[in-house]
Ligand binder design. Structure first.
Ligand code: ADP
Ligand code: MG
Length: 440
């Protein structure tokens, strides 16, 4: 049986059942493959296997059954130790950064370029070609599952592979913060600083988690300064613009803004099709254009979720020995996708929350500008994110006229073309709506 990836589905079910911390500790480090109706989990060591076996085997079995649509047995195998990373002699410092912890599949070659990610891709490529020069720091921002991790990993992989002496360190702002706390607690602050000072390319994911963490921000400011002064490359990801990160120190915000901010947008259907075909080809799976187009047209923003559909379709196809045709795609993916449909009320709630209004204000007849603009945004997003017609949206908004909705949508479109702030607002609300449906 080929190597189909049920893991995203299994992980989703697990996440729903355990605390985030348990998930990160015990499940995030696993990888999984299928062999003869058996799910084989690769675990870092024997202790892990035992722990999961003792505490989570029922849960794991249930998650497997749900994800595969049939009962599967689970077994564990211990990962072989990774070879130590090459260490260049001139850098023989006691605080050598850990081995390259990047996903080796995330390279430029496997990244599909489309209008949604052109700038971010070009900037990442430029940084990999010329680290520490033109774009420092490079910050990739965008919603969940749009390719941030893939792109920044591609930068790191590219640098590390090209030049063995390049020390690339990949972490998240949360891990950085935890590491700092440990260092402070165990009197290891100097080696913490040395370690970060000696990196050639520092990749830090999810800087939005720096929000409100003053001690971490202070330390990160020093890390940033010493790397920046030394011409070392800094690459960051975030789910929002630095200026929209609450509780981010001004000196960090301005530094992030010195560099290049490149965003990732939701791919258009053509790009989605190309990505799906690319993923299928990478796994040696046959995926017809017709089926790829069907998947790409699901009301789905994130590439990660789309990839989950593909994996699930392929897994079911292989388990049942049935061709992954349109019929099977409809059966397998249809119910998943409808669970994720955005409702017009989801849109209203997110708009109201963003503007500090009540949904009833949006539905009211009041015409003051502080309500009518959010109401127009609600119309625009309802049109964009649901399948409702103009009259249906009007009705949901407390009985507004069809033409009022048409005008509202046009107005927002027109304004967005001139007003970047409104564009950001609309995108932020859109991401919030989608995030409510995209929890994995
Ligand atoms: P993020 O970090 O923004 O949440 P990821 O980088 O983890 O997103 O991407 C989610 C999945 O989608 C990954 O498997 C990634 O390879 C894939 N992906 C996203 N964009 C692209 C693309 N343009 N080409 C190929 N794969 C992509
Ligand atoms: Mg990511």
């Amino acid at each position: 049986m080929p190597d189909h990836d049920l893991w995203p589905g299994v992980a989703r079910h697990l996440r729903a059942q355990v605390t985030p911390q348990e998930f990160e500790t015990w499940f995030a480090p696993l990888s999984m493959r299928l062999e003869e109706q058996q799910a084989i989990f690769t675990v870092p060591n024997r202790f892990f296997a035992q722990w999961i076996g003792d505490r989570y085997s029922a849960l794991l079995g249930e998650a497997l059954t749900l994800a595969a649509g049939m009962p599967l047995d689970a077994s564990f195998e211990v990962a072989r130790a990774r070879p130590a990373p090459p260490v260049a002699n001139q850098h023989n410092s006691p605080a050598q950064p850990q081995g390259l912890n990047l996903n080796p599949a995330y390279v430029f070659d496997s990244f599909v370029v489309g209008p949604c990610n052109e700038l971010a891709h070009a900037a990442s490529q430029a940084v990999a070609d010329n680290p520490g020069r033109q774009y420092n720091p490079l910050t990739i921002f965008g919603g969940s599952g749009l390719g941030k991790t893939h792109l920044v990993s591609a930068v790191g992989n590219n640098l590390a592979v090209r030049e063995a002496s390049n020390r690339v360190h990949y972490t998240s702002s949360e891990a950085y913060s935890n590491e700092l706390i440990q260092a402070v607690r165990y009197d290891g602050i100097q080696s913490f600083r040395d370690k970060y000072r000696l990196v050639d390319c520092l990749i830090i994911e999810d800087i939005q988690f720096l929000s409100g963490r003053e001690r971490t921000q202070e330390e990160f400011f020093h890390t940033f300064e010493s790397l920046f002064q030394a011409g070392k490359q800094i690459v960051l990801t975030s789910d929002k613009l630095p200026r929209d990160i609450p509780g981010l120190a001004g000196r960090l915000r301005t530094r992030f803004e010195w560099g290049l901010l490149a965003d990732l947008q939701t791919p258009d259907t053509e790009t989605k099709i190309a990505i799906l075909q690319r993923k299928a080809a990478d796994k040696n799976l046959a995926l017809s254009r017709q089926v790829a187009a069907y998947l790409a047209k699901q009301p789905e923003s994130s590439v990660r979720v789309l990839e989950g559909y593909l994996n699930r379709l392929m897994a079911v196809s292989s388990l049942r020995g049935q061709e992954a045709d349109l019929e099977l795609a409809r059966q397998v993916v249809g119910p998943l996708a409808s669970e994720r449909q955005v409702s017009v009320e989801d849109v209203f709630k997110a708009v109201a929350a963003h503007y500090g209004l009540k949904v009833s204000d949006l539905k009211s007849a009041r015409k003051s500008r502080d309500i009518s603009r959010p109401r127009q945004v609600a119309m625009y997003l309802a049109r964009r994110l649901t399948n409702l017609s103009f009259p249906e949206i009007g009705k949901a908004l407390g009985g507004k006229d069809h033409s009022t909705v048409v005008k509202g949508v046009q107005r927002v479109k027109g304004l967005m073309a001139q007003d970047p702030e409104l564009t950001d607002t609309v995108r932020a609300v859109e991401n919030a709506v989608r995030a409510g449906k995209n929890r994995d």
